[in-house]
Design a protein around this ligand. Structure first.
Ligand code: G3P
Length: 225
C-alpha cells in the first residue's frame, strides 16, 4: 500500500512528509494552478528536491496528440530524470503515447481513468500506475469500487498498480483500499481533518491525566528515571 500526495504545495508536502508515510507526489495542471503564477520548472524542481530520490514524482503532460505527449515526456525525463512518472490522460492519443513511451523505458502513470476499459488498455500498453478518479466517478454514478475491483485482475497480470485519486473524504480513500487499490493519492488536508477526532484526543487526554495523577502534573516518562 502506498500513500501519495495530490498537491503542488511545497509547505503541505513538507509537513505531510514529516507526519505521514508518504511515498510520492502527483501533480496536474489544475493542482499546480492553485499555487499561482509560479514558473513550472521551478516549482516541480523544488518538489523533486524536497521529496528526494526515494519518493516518486508524477508529472502530467499537456499536449493532446501522441507526438506532442511523447515530446513533452522526453523533456520531463531530461530535466527531472527517467525515474519520473509521466502522467498521461487515457484517451486514444494518450494510449498511443503510453505504448510508445513504455516500450522506450519511460515510467508511466495513466490518468483520468473513469472506466475499466481505459484502465485495462493503459495497463496492457505498459503503464505502471493507473490513476482512477474515484470522486469524479461517483459524481457521474459510475461505481468506482467496482472499477477498482475489476481492474485488479488485469493489474495482477500486467504488473500495473491501481492508484486511487480524486478524493473528497477518507471514506472514499479507505473504500479504494478495500476494493484493491495498491496506492492512493490524496490532498493532505483530507487526512489532517480526519485525524482530528474528539474521541482520540479525549482518550489521549485521559491517559495523560491518569499519569499526572500518579506521577505529578506535567511529568513525562523521563521524569521517572
Ligand atoms: O490526481 C487526480 C486528481 O487531482 C483529480 O482530482 O479533485 O480534481 O477530482 P479532482
Amino acid at each position: 500500500m502506498e500513500l501519495l500526495l495530490d498537491t503542488g504545495n511545497v509547505a503541505k508536502i513538507r509537513n505531510a512528509m514529516e507526519y505521514y508515510p508518504v511515498s510520492g507526489v502527483t501533480t496536474n495542471p489544475t493542482i499546480l494552478r492553485k499555487e499561482g503564477d509560479v514558473p513550472f520548472w521551478d516549482l516541480i524542481g523544488e518538489i523533486k528536491e524536497l521529496i528526494g530520490p526515494q519518493r516518486s514524482l508524477h508529472v502530467q503532460t499537456i499536449s493532446s496528440d501522441a507526438d506532442g505527449i511523447i515530446r513533452e515526456a522526453g523533456i520531463i525525463a531530461e530535466r527531472l530524470g527517467m525515474d519520473t512518472y509521466i502522467k498521461i490522460p487515457v484517451d486514444r492519443e494518450g494510449l498511443k503515447a503510453i505504448k510508445e513511451l513504455a516500450s522506450e523505458g519511460f515510467r508511466i502513470t495513466a490518468t483520468a481513468i473513469y472506466t475499466e476499459l481505459q484502465g485495462v488498455l493503459a495497463a496492457m500498453a505498459g503503464a505502471s500506475y493507473l490513476a482512477v478518479y474515484y470522486n469524479r466517478m461517483e459524481n457521474t454514478s459510475i461505481d468506482a469500487d467496482d472499477v477498482i475491483k475489476n481492474l485488479r485482475t488485469c493489474t495482477n497480470e500486467c504488473g500495473a498498480k491501481i492508484l486511487g485519486a480524486s478524493y473528497r473524504n477518507v471514506s472514499q480513500v479507505l473504500s479504494s483500499f478495500h476494493s484493491g487499490a495498491h496506492a492512493v493519492t490524496v490532498n493532505p488536508d483530507i487526512i489532517d481533518k480526519a485525524l482530528y477526532s474528539p474521541l482520540v484526543s479525549g482518550a489521549v487526554e485521559n491517559f495523560r491525566d491518569d499519569w499526572y495523577s500518579v506521577h505529578g502534573e506535567d511529568s513525562s516518562l523521563l521524569d521517572t528515571l
